[in-house]
Design a protein around this ligand. Structure first.
Ligand code: GLC
Length: 532
């Protein structure tokens, strides 16, 4: 699995075929040749199922049908088939921790039907846990005189995995989509599915330490696999893990068990959170970033588990803005790092053309529920200017702006006003610009994909980290064959080569030459190979 490259599509912002201002499945089909040219293997679509879209599809009301805003079930089948013709598989996003409160099950639960209430988590007495999107994680239902748990928005009710009816339904859903030819699943916040037997107030935090990585997560995943995805060849699965540990993450993705192929953890994307608080800004801590990578890489390898390599997704600000000066060199340095670490590589739409943060300057520009909730919460102890600055850096909408395809109206994304504005960054490279320039970020990615596929050492080779406390450079070797050096800063840094390297495998400055005393320029990245 680690030789496969996954490309994440956020359909709403990818390409609109119908002139509605929102991307759709036919829009993806129109761009399949572009994705095939890039050379990716698996297309992960964030949820396209029926949903009221309070949380952009992570609030599913029907797991068996495509939401009309994205097209029809036949469109999804066509996408599966058309992608396959080009050598690519489709991975669907399964949101099984919770459903939308508009799901028929929850609607029946609200009418007091006990069979359906038991499929969710209703309690008489709420505890003090906080929702990830702000406010209490429990919502009162007057008619029932009970509260239900929602770890996310109040329209996303947590499902009860202890109930066999719920579990069997998940098996059925996975099988249904496997039968349609889907060959991958991403499981949303999957380490939150096993809740504690007894709910208690959390006097030290927001409750996450009490409900994360619950007792039965591994067992549920193994059972789900044994009845669905593990029965079909070549299905790639990835679990999204919230606030987890190396030990737990490797348990869920152990190769020797029929768990998941790989998992996402997010510790490396919190290195710019002040005191662990997403809404408090600080410059990113480079040493922490490197140590986290080193610990996770080593730990996961030792435990025979596989890690996901990514810096962007639909919940994150753009890495090019977060870690670099938004230059070609910055974008390609980050990409070289991702492609030479050990694990499964993920590219998030727009990353391959260097799409930066949104730079929205008014709250009216934002659509994301989390951002809108936190706007209100943060205004309690910050000025509006401060809050807008925080959102500019932290809002999930930074990663959700539409793709600028060309210089036509609405950048060729749609004929209509898009649902979310384009990035307001000073320079916005379009896909057309990227394709016209052989030296573009796009071709750098294409080349990285080819390089990674050309040598199994980059997939399986051991990884050794060197001088982790170097203030500017991230340095490591793969199987004692490749030396990877990435300058994370906007300044020139000296580095002395201690061994002989003969081949330049990756470089993001075209005039780079191997010599003993290297001078790495701003965001310069080189991967050198010994010739034996
Ligand atoms: C995951 C998704 C995110 C969503 C949340 C709740 O973290 O990536 O977009 O809001 O789960 O489903």
């Amino acid at each position: 699995m680690e030789n496969k490259i996954v490309y994440q599509i956020y359909p709403k912002s990818f390409n609109d075929s119908r002139g509605r201002g929102e991307g759709d499945i036919q829009g993806i089909i129109q761009r399949l040749d572009y994705l095939a040219l890039l050379g990716v293997d698996v297309l992960w679509l964030t949820p396209v199922f029926r949903s009221p879209h309070v949380d952009n599809g992570y609030d599913v009301s029907d797991y068996y049908h495509v939401d009309p805003r994205f097209g029809t079930d036949a469109d999804l089948q066509a996408l599966i088939d058309q992608a396959r013709l080009r050598g690519m598989d489709i991975m669907l996003d399964m949101v099984f921790n919770h459903s939308s409160t508009e799901h028929p099950w929850f609607q029946k639960a609200l009418q007091g039907d006990v069979d359906f209430m038991n499929r969710y988590i209703f309690v008489d007495n709420p505890v003090n846990w906080q929702s990830k999107f702000g406010g209490s994680a429990f919502e009162y239902v007057k008619e029932l005189d009970k509260y239900y748990l929602h770890l996310f928005d109040k329209t996303q009710a947590d499902l009860n995995w202890e109930n066999p009816i719920v579990f069997d339904e998940f098996v059925k859903i996975c099988r249904y989509w496997l039968d349609k030819g889907v060959r991958g699943f991403r499981f949303d916040v999957i380490n939150l599915i096993s809740k504690p037997d007894v709910f208690e107030d959390d006097h030290q935090g927001d409750g996450r330490r009490l409900y994360t990585d619950g007792p039965n997560v591994s067992q549920y995943l193994r059972k789900l696999g044994a009845k669905s995805f593990a029965l079909v060849d070549d299905v790639m699965t990835v679990g999204e893990l919230s606030s987890t540990s190396i030990e737990k993450a490797s348990q869920y993705s152990k190769k020797s068990e029929s768990g998941l192929s790989t998992v996402f953890n997010f510790h490396h994307l919190k290195v710019d959170y002040k005191d662990g608080n997403k809404w408090a800004l600080k410059p990113f801590d480079f040493l922490e970033l490197k140590h986290l990578y080193a610990d996770w890489q080593k730990g996961m390898i030792e435990n025979d588990a596989s890690m996901s390599l990514f810096l962007n997704n639909h919940d994150q600000p753009r890495a090019i803005s977060r870690f670099t000066n938004e230059s070609f060199e910055g974008a390609t340095m980050l990409a070289s790092m991702i492609f030479t670490l050990k694990g499964v590589v993920y590219i998030y739409q727009g990353e391959e053309i260097g799409l930066p943060n949104a730079y929205f300057d008014s709250i009216r520009d934002y659509q994301d529920i989390e951002s809108l909730n936190y706007y209100k919460i943060l205004l309690k102890d910050h000025s509006e200017k401060e809050v807008l600055k925080i959102l500019q850096e932290r809002s999930r909408d930074n990663g959700r702006t539409p793709i600028p395809w060309n210089d036509d109206i609405h950048y060729g994304f749609s004929n209509a006003e898009p649902w979310l504005g384009f990035s307001k960054a000073k320079t916005l490279w379009t896909v057309e610009d990227a394709l016209a320039d052989k030296e573009s970020i796009f071709y750098f990615y294409k080349n990285l994909i080819a390089i990674r596929k050309s040598d199994p050492i980059l997939i399986d080779g051991d990884i050794e980290f060197i001088d982790l406390d170097h203030p500017n450079l991230f340095i490591y070797t793969r199987a004692d064959q490749y030396l990877c050096i990435h300058n994370f800063y906007d300044k020139v840094v000296d580095y002395e080569l201690k061994e002989d390297y003969h081949d330049v495998v990756i470089n993001n400055y075209s005039d780079f030459k191997i010599k003993k005393d290297l001078k790495l320029r701003p965001y310069e990245s080189v991967v050198l190979k010994k010739v034996i």
